[in-house]
Every structure is written in C-alpha cells, then in structure tokens.
Ligand binder design. Structure first.
Ligand code: SF4
Length: 266
C-alpha cells in the first residue's frame, strides 16, 4: 500500500473498539478526523507503535477549500517582497506612504506592507485578502472602459460561473430581497455611487471593491407577481486587473460582509 487517502483504508488499521479514548465517538469518526488532519494515529492508545510508524507518513490529508485558500494566501504573501511599491502605486490606483501601499476597497483603507501583511479598520478575511494581494501582484493597471458585461461574459467567466451563482449571486439577491432599505444604506456607506443605466432597476449602484475593478449592481423589486431581479456587471477590463478566480472570491467576500452587517442590523 503506497498511500492512505480515504477514511475506510485508515479504519481497517484501527482496533474497532469504539472506546472513545481518542475523544471521538467511533473508530470510523476517528479515521475521518485523521483524513481531515484533525487527529493523528498516535491518539488511539490501542494502536501498536509499529502500525503507527509504518502508516503515519502515508496518510494523504484532504484539505477544505478554505484551507486551500489559506495556503494560496501564504504563497501570494511570499511574492509581495518582489513588488516595487513605488513603481506600482499609480498602476494600482493606490497611495504610497513609507514603504506601505494603501488601497481603497469599498472606500475603506487597506494598508499592505512589504511582507504582504494587511491592516485595516475593517474585518479582513481570506476572500478579501487574496484578491487584494493578487491585485497588487498581477494587475495590469488598465483604466476602466466604462462598458459593462456580466460575469459570464468575461473571458473566463464560464469557468467559475456555477460557483459564482451559488456563492455570490443567489445569496446577494436573498440579502437584497429581505433587507432592501438596509442594503441601499450599506451601498452608500461603502462609497457606492448611484448610476443611471439602460436597465430598468430600482437600485443601480457602482461599487469599487478595488480601485480599478468596479462592479455595477442593478436590482429590481418584486412587482405585480414578477420576481425580483438582480444583475451584477463588471467593467470589460476587469480581467486585465484581476484574475477570474479573484473576481469570484471578491464577490464571496462582499456577500460574507453584507450578511454579517444585515445579521447585526437587520
Ligand atoms: S481510541 Fe482507538 S479504538 Fe478507541 S474509539 Fe478511538 S480509534 Fe477506536
């Protein structure tokens, strides 16, 4: 056996006593915890040392998407020292102070030092930190065109569209459906600017989650039995300045933040 990559293969090694001395209800649950990296073989006191030594190094742990993102964030941080901040501020629409870049995200300041550490008065989660560092590393600095397209119409949009619909569009629409007045207020607080569009909408706002990656949110209320409608648009240059995965992550970061605010104030 070369590798152990599922709980059943680990379960076969265990004494199957279900004695709970490993602080887990059953041997099978213990095996599942090992695959997730939450337990180690030596936490079962009944396992022989020879078994532990033979198999511990052969366990392939499954990591969650969030854990993958944390790893990715660490990789991005290691690339930051190679970026010349003084040459990058204009490209990014940022300001330079000392050796730190300050970037406005939703009208709030996020300051990044040369080790990739981010400081802000706002909560920083991995969904926001990855797009922010990716923006610093990879943005071409293209100026916005003022032409709007949907996520699906971006060059690589279809790759992430199922996730994007599930983790961004659906929950965002639900938040606005349930808290339309509060949502409009949130848009103002985060520097949203009302926009006239050719779309018939009750709410049309431009937000800047990153200086050169604006998004346009258009929402029409439920009326005369017609379902409410949400359309979110991106500038046609969006992918010049941010990878499609980071555009998706940014959306999830926004929804996570809006959810927290509506839970607190809704
Ligand atoms: S201590 Fe070992 S035998 Fe007991 S439940 Fe945990 S894994 Fe099973």
């Amino acid at each position: 056996m070369t590798q152990l990559n599922n709980p059943l293969e680990i379960y076969k090694l265990l004494p199957k006593l279900n004695c709970r001395q490993c602080q887990v209800a059953t041997c099978l649950a213990f095996a599942a915890a090992i695959i997730k990296g939450q337990k180690r073989l030596n936490e079962c006191p009944h396992l022989e040392r020879t078994i532990i030594d033979k198999f511990e190094g052969k366990i392939v742990k499954q990591i969650t998407y969030e854990q993958q993102l944390e790893k990715f964030l660490e990789q991005l941080k290691r690339k930051i020292p190679a970026i010349d901040f003084s040459l990058s501020a204009e490209r990014l629409g940022a300001t330079l102070s000392g050796n730190k870049l300050t970037i406005k995200c939703l009208s709030k300041n996020y300051t990044v030092d040369h080790e990739g550490n981010i400081a802000s008065d706002c909560h920083i989660n991995v969904w926001v930190a990855i797009p922010l560092l990716n923006y610093i590393i990879s943005s071409a600095g293209s100026n916005v065109s003022g032409k709007w397209v949907s996520f699906r119409e971006l060059k690589n949009g279809m790759k992430f569209n199922p996730l994007y619909e599930q983790r961004f569009e659906k929950p965002l629409k639900q938040i606005i459906d349930n808290h339309i007045d509060l949502f409009e207020y949130i848009l103002y607080v985060f520097g949203g600017k009302p926009k006239d569009t050719s779309f018939i909408a009750d709410i049309s706002f431009i937000l800047h989650p990153l200086p050169k990656v604006p998004i346009l949110i258009c929402y029409s209320k439920l009326e005369n039995n017609f379902e409410s409608k949400l359309n979110v648009f991106y500038d046609t240059t969006a992918e010049d300045n941010l990878s499609i995965e980071s555009i998706y992550l940014l959306g999830v970061g926004l929804v996570t933040m809006f959810e927290k605010i509506t839970l607190r104030h809704g």
